[in-house]
Design a binder for this molecule. Structure first.
Ligand code: FMN
Length: 686
């Protein structure tokens, strides 16, 4: 706020030689000698401007008792409905009444006492009693000697704007509530639809494995195909609702590009082989082999496009091509020699419910391309199509994936693995199946037994935990929603067990496939997550994967007084990936931050007695240790977190006893900690 100066106006030179005059308030005015506005005339012009201003203006005199208004402009009268004769001589508080915000009035009082300017919004009353929202700017005016001369108030009626803001907010809240209701409804429906579908699909798989005549087999095949379409639609609906509710988070993890493409080819291979189509992929030799990005979403987009390509191609080929684009992005193309897309359908191809063939004879919800478009956009790219009816189509998209340096080149050409549709005989193993649904229990057990596994059953979480405590299993398949004790609680109870029984691999089988479910399962200590309904191939593949990759677990329980820690101090591969992700120069600094933070955190943990507080700290320690490949520390933190969660006092004490030493050993194991300046990469494994 410029101070009001009583000194006489001054004149200086402007750039173009014109005289600049300063008025009594210090405002710059151009006083063009030959112009119509004289110095005296300018004050008249200013008075006119104040009189015609759309905002209310008042001047109050703080040197008179109760700081009365000594001037008000016509806009003030218009806004408030009070003529000047009912305003002058009164304190402006006469505009206040019921609904005027007391805190705001207090703030005004304080500003006046401290001679400070202030801007507030407060409820005022017009002369006719109607309320309005007044955006008031009030400021003191000082004389040349610093003495307080006046207060100026500028009023702006913002009732309409506030009402619009309120309505927008209300509409947004309502939309958010509706969207949440929709998500909750979908989560509920997904469970309700997927659980029985699981039973239907599994029973059909079993039925198709029995001796059927040709007619019966055809009916069962049709039922299975329809079931799969229904399942796809449910999954697509869930995906779309997740994306639209902004709940889908794109992960940033290292992955090998060729592996993703190979997996896509393997998924598409059976359908392509059935139609006699050539299926292949080619990768530009300029591409690095490994990247950071969301491999599973990329896989989903490629499978979706590839699936469509196979669906709409009756002869010829489907090819996936990957190229390094000049701007550093990766270009993906899925090309088919199929029926093509008529121009009139191309504009709406990526919107919901659009189908290349409006008859819908090819099945599907028509949501696939809408999902692809949104997923590609979420990953920072764009998708487009080029098509000639009768000749084929190419879907293109580009993604800004971050390459991992020195990761080599991917293979130039990929083919799907030959498939005869049959699952190879699986290795033997003892599996505990915890599932309360009779039909699902029957189906999963039959599939597993048929594949050669020994299966034992538990009907709820409590039974599962008890069985895991008394028997050695190679794997537990755990339903999440079960009576008495749910799958999360049962897993936590199992993870709190001593020795190898506490480390048995656990895979969740759940029909709840909403965002965060997989994380919840991992947080509870499970090793994986399978969404129901499962088909035979998926179930057996997951079981086999776990049983094949399981570490040689000692059968004898670990000594009771030692924390159960089998992982190495430092997982160099993780550290190496982190180095590649952040850039080699930054790693030493990050390690220093991590080690300092770890020391502080361990000290904090050792000073705590409350389980919930220790659990929070242990959770943080687990996450940080996992990021930096401090595997043993990560496992200890995880064990501590779990022990706190189930209030296992002995377990907590056991981990705490060795935590400080383990942290020190871990810190010493980091390369940078021995030689701080050493920024060379740690030795590669093997
Ligand atoms: C120049 C000036 C303009 C003011 N304009 C308003 C106004 O438009 N509406 C209002 O509620 N209060 C206005 N006030 C604030 C009140 O006059 C008063 O200062 C406030 O209610 C706090 O003091 P009190 O506790 O003595 O009432 C204005 C004050 C000044 C000095």
């Amino acid at each position: 706020m410029s101070r009001l100066k009583r000194s006489s106006p001054t004149t200086t030179e402007a750039g173009g030689g014109l005289p600049i005059r300063r008025d009594v308030a210090g405002n710059a005015m151009l006083h063009a000698g030959g112009g119509a506005i004289t110095a005296a005339g300018l004050e008249g012009v200013l008075a006119l401007a104040i009189a015609s201003a759309p905002t209310g203006m008042v001047v109050a005199d703080p040197n008179l008792p109760d700081c009365p208004i000594v001037f008000c402009n016509p806009a003030f009268s218009k806004i408030t409905g009070y003529p000047p004769e009912e305003v002058l001589g009164r304190n402006c508080r006469f505009l206040q009444g019921p609904g005027t915000e007391k805190d705001t009035v207090r703030a005004l009082r304080r500003a006046i006492a401290e001679r400070q300017p202030i801007t507030v919004e407060l409820t005022n009353h017009r002369r006719d009693g109607r309320r309005f929202v007044n955006e008031l700017r009030m400021a003191p005016v000082f004389g040349a000697g610093g003495e307080l001369l006046a207060y100026v108030g500028i009023q702006h009626d913002v009732t309409a704007r506030k009402r619009a803001e309120k309505e927008t907010l209300k509409a947004r809240r309502e939309a958010e509530r509706a969207s949440k209701e929709k998500s909750d409804f979908l989560a509920f429906m997904s469970h309700e639809v997927r659980t029985p579908l699981h039973g239907v699909m599994g029973t059909l798989s079993l039925l198709l494995d029995t001796t059927l005549d040709a007619e019966q087999r055809a009916y069962a095949e049709t039922a299975r195909r329809c079931g799969l379409t229904l399942l796809e639609t449910v999954n697509e609906l869930l995906d779309l609702s997740r994306i639209e509710a902004g709940k889908l988070v794109i992960s940033q993890e290292p992955f090998a590009l060729a592996e993703v493409v190979k997996e896509v080819l393997d998924v598409l291979a059976p359908a392509a082989a059935e139609k006699g189509l050539d299926l292949s992929a080619s990768l530009d030799h300029l591409l690095p082999a490994r990247f950071i990005g969301d491999a599973s979403r990329l896989r989903q987009v490629l499978i979706n496009l590839g699936d469509n390509a196979v669906k709409f191609t009756h002869r010829g080929s489907v090819e996936i091509r990957l190229a390094a684009l000049p701007d550093g992005r990766i270009g993906f193309a899925v090309t088919d020699t199929g029926i093509g897309i008529p121009p009139r359908l191309r504009a709406t191809l990526f919107s919901r419910f659009a189908q290349a063939e409006p008859t819908g004879e090819q099945g599907g919800s028509g949501l696939g391309l809408a999902i692809c478009k949104r997923l590609v956009a979420l990953m920072g790219g764009q998708i487009a199509v080029d098509s000639t009816p009768g000749r084929g189509s190419t879907f293109f998209f580009d993604l800004p994936l971050t390459p991992l340096p020195e990761s080599g080149s991917p293979p130039a050409r990929l083919q799907p693995a030959p498939t005869n549709g049959e699952h190879p005989p699986a290795a033997h193993g003892r599996i505990l199946l915890a599932e309360d649904g009779k039909a699902n229990q029957l189906v999963a057990a039959a599939i597993l037994r048929k594949a050669g596994y020994t299966v034992e059953l538990a009907r709820d979480g409590a039974e599962a935990a008890a069985a895991a405590e008394s028997g050695d299993y190679d794997l537990i398949l755990m339903d999440v929603r079960m009576p008495l004790m749910d799958g999360f609680a049962a897993t936590r109870a199992i993870r709190a067990l001593q020795g190898s029984r506490g480390r048995v691999p656990i895979i969740a089988m759940t029909a709840a496939a909403m965002p965060g479910d997989a994380e919840k399962c991992l947080d509870a200590g499970m090793d994986g997550h399978l969404a129901k309904p499962l088909d035979r191939i998926q179930l057996l593949a997951a079981v086999e994967r776990v049983l094949e990759s399981r570490p040689r677990r000692p059968r004898a329980p670990a000594p009771a007084d030692e924390p159960v820690i089998a992982a190495p101090l430092l997982d160099r591969e993780t550290l190496e990936e982190l180095r590649a992700a952040v850039g080699p120069g930054r790693l030493p600094r990050l390690i220093t931050v991590f080690t300092q933070e770890t020391q502080e955190r361990v000290q904090r943990i050792l000073g705590l007695s409350d389980h919930a507080a220790i659990e929070d700290e242990a959770h943080g320690l687990k996450a940080a240790a996992a990021t930096f490949g401090a595997a043993a520390l990560r496992d200890a933190a995880k064990a501590l977190e779990e022990a706190c969660r189930v209030h296992d006092e002995n377990g907590v004490r056991r981990v705490l006893a060795g935590l400080s030493v383990l942290a020190e050993r871990t810190i010493a194991a980091f390369p940078g900690q021995r030689a701080q300046q050493d920024a060379r990469p740690p030795a590669k494994r093997g």
